[in-house]
Write a protein that binds this ligand. Structure first.
Ligand code: PLP
Length: 377
């Protein structure tokens, strides 16, 4: 079976894990946690990083630290993995789902901007926070969100779980990596993400107060001074030293992994050119990483589920894109702006095998299988 995406653990993982075991530092008190936080912040280009037990945990405490809670509204991308919405929901905030733009598949931030201006003019409630997701390795268009922040004080929290290493190449953000544009940026180190800790996450920020609040909430809201004194309802969201050891070893390989994903994407783009499929977004103002190389079927009559099944019969694992949040049971009644683009991405989208170490031979097998199934359908 050629898997959709497998972690590659080819570096110092075993050596650093051995160190944890030899020293007895297996839980959150251990040198790899602080080391990973420092190195991760430097790798992303942010002043601070707070390591967390998962990407979902990172989003949850980052949103809390940004002020999300009962009575507030978080605008979130409609087309995303459900964890983006769940994290906002945990805070007690109401959700406003925002449709995608066709160009990047990310939140249509201009649509949100215009709707916020319209609602403000009518005296209707506007979001307090925008949780913008950089999906599938492609940065979102941020300028309309900066206008909302400057004009309406709407905070920006980035869900960069899928896009570590991606950057903007033009405008005010030229040269900056995803996660550093908003008040806080959140990452995931789940097994399928670009680097893994087994499970883990991180928040990056330039706001030291936000970092301190997030770190405190992640650690049971311990009060300074006396042991077992807590001044808030916190969470057990810390990353363990074992996970941080794996994450540190993975971080050393990040540039190679990003380069491998981009090379994989370039080969897919070239070899899929003759087929009736649309390649994934690559805006001329962005440098995406193509975390999962995902295509759209041009023929609206084709059912991606049938393709997934036919490719699986050939030993190739692929996956449909996410059903939009507005089509997921917990969020069906959420307020939303549009949704037709997200529907279309779900109706036509397919992610192809994208492991960083996928061989050219296996990649050719994938393309050949896809070509013959498409020719027969
Ligand atoms: C993976 C992912 C998350 C959640 O990360 P976990 O580490 O699995 O909790 C959140 N948002 C997006 C967009 C993701 O892809």
């Amino acid at each position: 079976m050629i898997p959709l995406s497998e972690p590659s653990l080819g570096g110092n993982e075993a050596r650093y894990l051995r160190e944890c075991i030899d020293t007895g530092y297996v839980s959150s008190a251990g040198p790899f946690v602080g080391r990973f936080e420092r190195e991760f912040a430097a790798a992303v280009g942010a002043p601070r990083a707070v390591a967390c037990a998962s990407g979902t945990a990172a989003l949850h405490v980052a949103l809390l630290a940004a002020g999300a809670g009962p009575g507030s509204v978080v605008a979130v991308s409609d087309f995303t993995f459900i964890a983006s919405a769940n994290a906002a929901h945990y805070t007690g905030a109401a959700l406003l789902l925002v449709d995608s733009e066709p160009e990047t598949w990310n939140m249509n931030t201009e649509l949100l901007h215009d709707e916020v201006v319209r609602r403000a003019r009518l005296g209707r409630p506007i979001p307090d926070i925008v949780e913008v997701v950089h999906v599938l390795g492609h940065p979102a268009r941020m300028e309309p969100l900066f206008e909302l922040r400057d004009r309406f004080w709407i905070d920006i929290v980035e869900d960069a779980a899928e896009s570590l290493g991606a950057s903007w190449t033009e405008g005010t953000l030229a040269g900056r990596q995803v996660g550093t544009a908003g008040g806080a940026g959140c990452f995931s180190f789940n097994g399928n993400k670009i680097i893994t800790a087994g499970g883990g996450g991180a928040i990056v920020t330039a706001d030291h107060e936000l970092a301190d609040v997030a770190a405190r909430l992640s650690d049971q809201a311990k009060a300074p001074g006396e042991h077992y004194r807590h001044d808030d309802v916190g969470f057990n969201y810390r990353l363990t030293n074992i996970a941080a050891a794996v994450a540190s070893a993975q971080l050393e390989q990040l540039p190679d992994k990003v380069a491998a994903k981009r090379a994989l994407a370039a080969r897919y783009r070239e070899s899929l050119r003759p087929l009736p499929v649309t390649p994934p977004p690559s805006a001329d103002w962005a440098d995406p990483t193509f975390w999962l190389y995902s295509i759209l079927l041009d023929d609206p009559g084709l059912d991606p589920a049938k393709l997934v099944a036919a490719l699986a019969a050939d030993g190739i694992q692929t996956r449909r894109l996410w059903p939009p949040l507005h089509d997921q049971r917990p969020y069906r009644s959420a307020d939303r702006i549009g949704g037709a683009v997200a529907d279309d991405l779900y109706r036509r989208g397919l992610s192809l095998p994208s492991s960083a170490h996928l061989s050219e031979h296996d990649q050719r097998t994938v393309v050949a299988a896809l070509a013959s199934i498409l020719a027969a359908s």
